[in-house]
Ligand binder design. Sequence first.
Ligand code: KG4
Ligand code: ZN
Length: 353
Amino acid sequence: MTILGIETSCDETSAAVVRDGEVLSNIIASQLFHEKYGGVVPELASRAHMKLIVQIVNEALDKAGIKKEELNGVAATHGPGLIGSILIGLNFGKAFAYGLGIPFVGVNHMEAHLFSNFLTTPENQPEFPFICLTVSGGHTQLIYVRKPFDYLMLGQTRDDAAGEAFDKVAKMLGIGYPGGPEIDRLARQGNPRYVKFPRPYLEEGSYDFSFSGLKTAVLYYLRDHGLLRDSRLDFPRGSTKVGHSELIGSLLADLCASFQVAVVDVLVEKTIRAAEQYKVKHIGVAGGVSANSELRRRMKEAGQKTGFRIHFPKMEYCTDNGAMIAYVGWLKLRAGVSPSPDEVTAVANLQLT
Ligand code: KG4
Ligand code: ZN
């Protein structure tokens, strides 16, 4: 079964071809122009998807070496995400499938992240049941995955998502958007014990997350050390952020490392605890923040200590991509899940469970 997968839920326009679970192509166009606005501008994102979608789908088919007539189905993200962005990929996918007379399935973007750990050889895939920590720019979720389509949500963020906290702290530090990769890079030269930022574990036994207090702790640190001219977080761009020139060299690296380790400590502790409680053997980590080198290192270290087998997606499948959408589309079509009317509607806050 050969499936075309389309992803346009945020600022990546991506299309991929997956044949029986194996990725034949995965083309991703990142909309870098949002950087100058310090975050994704929804209207501009959907317009860019519109301009790019035909070319990206054609490239995905070419790279896979197949003609559109060889496709057996089309899958596209139908939520969660930015409504205007989702609509472009979803409507393109529906029309494309209709024109070819093949089935169309809508895919939940968070479910697709969860399966990005399956875009590898069978012996490297997680075994069911497993615990999945999905950490992206919009979500932070700890999930007990019994089997495909059968999930128990153990915890979610109560405020900012992990990736969002990375992005907002990066913005305060004046190091660009998206901030996650840049904090990751700078933190490698920094001292993670330079500042002891709070670890938000919440009430005992909770699998929920909260990162807004940590973000504020970074802000207060900057303010108290005279590194901010204004304590408002939502400042007009350029007016209050700390520039590289003010926060140079090792201090910037130390702050990045100290913030990053606080996030990673919480993510690792809760994930391992969930795996112990639910008695699984495998743990998967997914979403954009799963590209973080410190999270990868610490989860692997925890896996060696506890005996859990830890899975991370290949780097190209950590952030948004069409391959994970095509993969879940393939699972659904193979399982004979007939597309429901709900799947052909864009849902900005689509839930996993
Ligand atoms: O999954 P994703 O591509 O999009 C959403 O579904 O939200 O995740 C994007 C998020 C951004 O917040 C970005 O800063 C973060 O993933 N990210 C990272 C790293 N690479 C991407 N965060 C920390 N370290 C990284 N290396
Ligand atoms: Zn995503």
